[in-house]
Design a protein around this ligand. Structure first.
Ligand code: NAD
Length: 402
């Protein structure tokens, strides 16, 4: 196919694919002939089910019950409210070290006292049939221990990123899940975000076609924000024993994971260096890293993570025939996606893109269908291995093979 025609087809395919993502954009169902239509009577009457923007939710009794471990900023601002936006999940229990907070949250979400757990009496959750999945949203250093405890209690586990402090911890978590015969998923919400999924399609193509941007060659990605020790959720992030790593572990992981899912391949080598740090003695993690990753196709990724810059969350992929810009790429609620292919540029708009609900529903569906979730423990392990290699490269100044 000539290059211009291929580009046109790819662009058209991309537009169609973009439109196909939310069913909200699909054409409404129409009867075969308008002649056969009876218009409604001029009085109150029952009417057919309208075209639904999303499937009806499952009834409460059929939903998968989630216990949230750790009632911090992410659990209470993003996850708890978004459980109600899912098709097949429900909040079933809370686990916290603060009984007063746990009681308030449970009351607000209509949970009985028997579904409120402390860290000490968590193990009795084994006898709580309302709980299918334990969702671990604790500081990173606790992810392994709590994953193992949840498996020991006979529950499935959804664990936040980064999966754990070391590859060995991740391997132990995977093994614990296998022994228990339960699912383990890592909370990579961006892999369920329709904007990121559309970007993947533009880069990697699909159904036997190349991506719209031609062969991808260069990824540039930056994630940064100010680490503010006056903010509670940043306090454990400053401390190595709790956070396991610094900016790379917390937000640079989005660049590592993003480069991997956008290119669809695994890096083989990394070089890295630490960026200058602040003089705050309480901060015992690295505050900034600049690193490169080389991929088998010859594509390279050039990334930064920093706790010392105003917020940025961007991923940019340059290909032989165009480029994809996600900026912000990994925000909770705002994503901007621009796709340039040859002489055409388009901004992608996807209404009702709720990555949290999509991620939670994936866990519920994996449990219901007894299959592996899309982002299993092995996915978390890959990133932890890569970040370990990046730290080693920054420390030694040498390229590290993976
Ligand atoms: P947070 O500080 O707001 O919440 C941490 C929770 O752990 C709190 O309920 C706190 O009480 C509890 N906790 C127990 N022991 C603690 C201790 N010794 N020190 C501090 N807290 C302790 O943090 P957060 O921002 O909600 O992050 C929690 C986890 O969620 C982390 O693994 C983080 O990487 C992850 N996270 C993921 C995303 C995402 O977009 N996927 C976003 C934010 C956070």
């Amino acid at each position: 196919m000539p290059a211009t025609r291929r580009r046109f087809c790819q662009a058209a395919g991309g537009l169609l694919a973009a439109a196909a993502i939310p069913s909200a954009l699909s054409a409404p169902r129409r009867p075969m002939s308008e002649d056969a239509v009876d218009l409604p009577p001029a009085k109150l009457t029952g009417r057919p089910l309208p075209d639904l923007l999303q499937p009806l939710p499952l009834p409460p009794g059929e939903r998968i019950g989630f216990a949230l471990v750790g009632l911090g900023a992410y659990a209470l601002n993003q996850i708890a409210p978004n459980l109600a936006n899912t098709r097949g999940c429900k909040l079933a229990a809370v686990v916290s070290g603060n009984a007063e907070k746990a009681g308030r949250v449970a009351a607000a979400y209509g949970l009985g006292k028997e579904h409120v757990y402390s860290y000490d009496d968590f193990d009795r959750i084994a006898d709580d049939p309302a709980v299918d999945v334990v969702y671990i949203i604790l500081p990173n250093a606790f992810h392994r221990e709590w994953t193992e405890r949840a498996f020991a209690a006979g529950k499935h586990v959804l664990c936040e990123k980064p999966m754990a402090g070391t590859p060995a911890d991740c391997e132990a978590m995977i093994a614990a899940g296998e022994r228990a015969g339960k699912k383990l998923m890592i909370g990579y919400r961006a892999q369920f975000d329709p904007y990121n999924l559309e970007a993947i399609k533009a880069v990697r193509g699909g159904d036997g076609t190349d991506g719209e941007i031609g062969v991808p060659r260069i990824v540039v990605s930056d994630h940064g924000r100010i680490l503010d020790l006056a903010v509670t959720r940043d306090q454990w992030r400053a401390k190595k024993e709790l956070a396991c790593g610094g900016s790379l572990y917390d937000i640079g992981i989005y660049s590592v994971n993003g480069a991997r899912y956008l290119l669809g391949e695994e890096p083989t080598e990394t070089t890295a260096r630490y960026l200058p740090r602040s003089d705050r003695p309480q901060v015992t993690v690295e505050e900034g890293v600049e690193w490169q990753m080389t991929f088998p196709s010859g594509a390279v990724a050039s990334c930064t993570s920093s706790y010392r810059v105003a917020g940025n969350k961007r991923i940019h992929v340059q290909g032989a025939e165009g480029e994809v810009t996600l900026d912000p790429a990994t925000d909770y609620y705002i994503r901007n996606l621009k796709i340039q292919s040859g002489d055409k540029t388009r901004d992608v708009e996807i209404p009702q893109a709720n990555q949290f609900a999509a991620m939670l529903d994936e866990m519920a569906t994996a449990v219901r269908e007894n299959r592996d979730p899309k982002t299993p423990g092995a996915e978390g392990l890959r990133d932890v291995r890569i970040m370990t290699a990046i730290y080693k490269a920054a420390e030694t100044g040498e390229a590290v093979k993976m």
